[in-house]
Write a protein that binds this ligand. Structure first.
Ligand SMILES: Cc1cc2nc3c(=O)[nH]c(=O)nc-3n(C[C@H](O)[C@H](O)[C@H](O)COP(=O)(O)OP(=O)(O)OC[C@H]3O[C@@H](n4cnc5c(N)ncnc54)[C@H](O)[C@@H]3O)c2cc1C
Ligand code: SF4
Ligand code: SF4
Ligand code: SF4
Length: 372
């Protein structure tokens, strides 16, 4: 009879990166959030990397470096483990998630008005957090010269305007955390007077799937998400493959990425060129560019955020906000009191009815997405 080695029996039950590859990555369910690589690399394990939008072993020689800890599998927002616990913690009972309050609002800052996607509220609240010394850094997404999203940690409010606006292609916003422990002394010690990087206070902006990954990591209390103090979630109906999207944009409008100033989805796709000409294209024309993992996604309004932000349901140049935590509610209340944010006051119906109708609309949109 062969002897049973307890160590191997335990490891057999733990799902590891190879399982993540088989179940999520090779089946095109990976949303390219970067959480698996951010965690593993921040531990110095030297096993996996992000190649474009695909997490993979750094090389064949690195496969054996895997500690088989299984954490990459557990924290992946596309796997089942931990979801029951998360739903419990974040009081999620239905498709909308926990709603403390719903409001519409816009920025009072003229510069943010110009560059913000809807009410410019994400940028404004980040500005408020920087200016009141409640955060030292934020994870946002910028554009390169070809409109490719560049996920980035920024340390100064001066860098905020470059990140305003929506990129309708993947920005792997957890990935910059890979470099958390390599932040230059210049920034941390001289500018922020922080001598232990673990004391950094960061805000995170991301899509619903990315916020789910952050919350899974925080549930396990693992680095590097321990520095995230505010989670700002975006509404997200779908996201697009960069190459396919811009191939279709070129075919429909003749515009190359370098010619485009802004893109916006409001029922249809609106593409504004740098000479300020806006072209409207039927959104369905871009269906072939929708990322595969978005086809089965059941989140629209970022259920795991402190505050969720979208344009749907808000009047022009306003954002719709779902406040989900005490922290989120206090933040927006303070920003309104301090004059950073102007709250929308409905004139045609009493406020409770207005709120109920907006929540119904967002519920319907979420249900339509799930049915699709
Ligand atoms: C892929 C995608 C699909 C969306 N679909 C809808 C929708 O169907 N309905 C709806 O109401 N709203 C949708 N939104 C949200 C909406 O476009 C705005 O982001 C939101 O209303 C906030 O606007 P704002 O003016 O407050 O933000 P701003 O002040 O303009 O700030 C936007 C913030 O979003 C970050 N960001 C931009 N692109 C990305 C990205 N790809 N990944 C992660 N972070 C990013 C920026 O870094 C910035 O911090 C979507 C957003 C994305 C990224
Ligand atoms: S060491 Fe852990 S986190 Fe890294 S790839 Fe292996 S199982 Fe995943
Ligand atoms: S953690 Fe994110 S990047 Fe890694 S496999 Fe899962 S979805 Fe993809
Ligand atoms: S539709 Fe879902 S899976 Fe796709 S980017 Fe948005 S939240 Fe992530």
């Amino acid at each position: 009879m062969t002897e049973v080695k307890p160590k191997k029996t335990v490891l057999k039950d733990v799902k590891i990166f190879k399982n993540l590859e088989d179940e999520i990555i090779k089946t095109n369910k990976c949303c390219a959030c970067g959480a698996c690589v951010a965690y593993c690399s921040s531990q110095g394990f030297d096993v996996i990397k992000m190649e474009g939008y695909t997490p993979q072993f750094i090389s064949d020689a690195n496969v054996d470096n895997c500690k088989e800890c299984g954490l990459c599998y557990y924290i992946c927002p596309q796997t089942d483990p931990l979801m029951d616990k998360l739903d419990n913690i974040y009081k999620i009972k239905d498709e909308m998630g926990y709603v403390e309050d719903v409001i519409a609002a816009k920025t009072t800052d003229e510069k943010i008005k110009e560059v913000g996607q809807d009410g410019g509220l994400v940028t404004t609240l980040l500005m408020y957090l920087f200016e009141t010394n409640k955060i030292d850094a934020a994870i946002v997404s910028e554009y390169d010269e070809n409109l490719k999203p560049l996920p980035k940690i920024i340390y100064n409010k001066e860098d905020l305007l470059k990140s305003s606006g929506t990129r309708y292609t993947i920005s792997s916003n957890l990935l910059p955390l890979v470099d958390l422990y390599k932040v230059a002394e210049e920034i941390i010690q001289k500018q922020k007077q922080i001598y232990d990087i673990n004391q950094l206070r960061m805000a995170f902006v991301g899509t619903p799937c990315q916020c789910r990954a952050v919350r899974k990591m925080q549930l396990l209390n693992i680095s590097p998400t321990h520095v995230i103090k505010y989670v700002f979630g975006l509404f997200c109906m779908e996201n697009f493959d960069y190459d396919k999207l811009f191939e279709l944009v070129k075919a429909e409008t003749g515009l190359e990425p370098k010619d485009i100033a802004k893109m916006n989805i409001k029922k249809n796709f609106f593409i504004t060129s740098k000479v300020n000409e806006t072209k409207e294209v039927d959104l369905h024309k871009f269906d072939p560019a929708v990322r595969n993992h978005c086809q089965e996604c059941d989140e629209f309004t970022s259920r795991f955020a402190d505050i969720s932000f979208g344009g749907s349901g808000a009047v022009q140049q306003n954002s719709m906000l779902i406040l989900r935590s005490e922290k989120g509610k206090k933040l927006i209340t303070d920003a309104i009191i301090e004059g950073y944010v102007e709250k929308f006051v409905p004139k045609k119906s009493p406020i409770p009815e207005w709120k109920a109708s907006k929540l119904n609309l967002l519920k319907r949109m979420t249900n339509n997405k799930v049915k699709k």
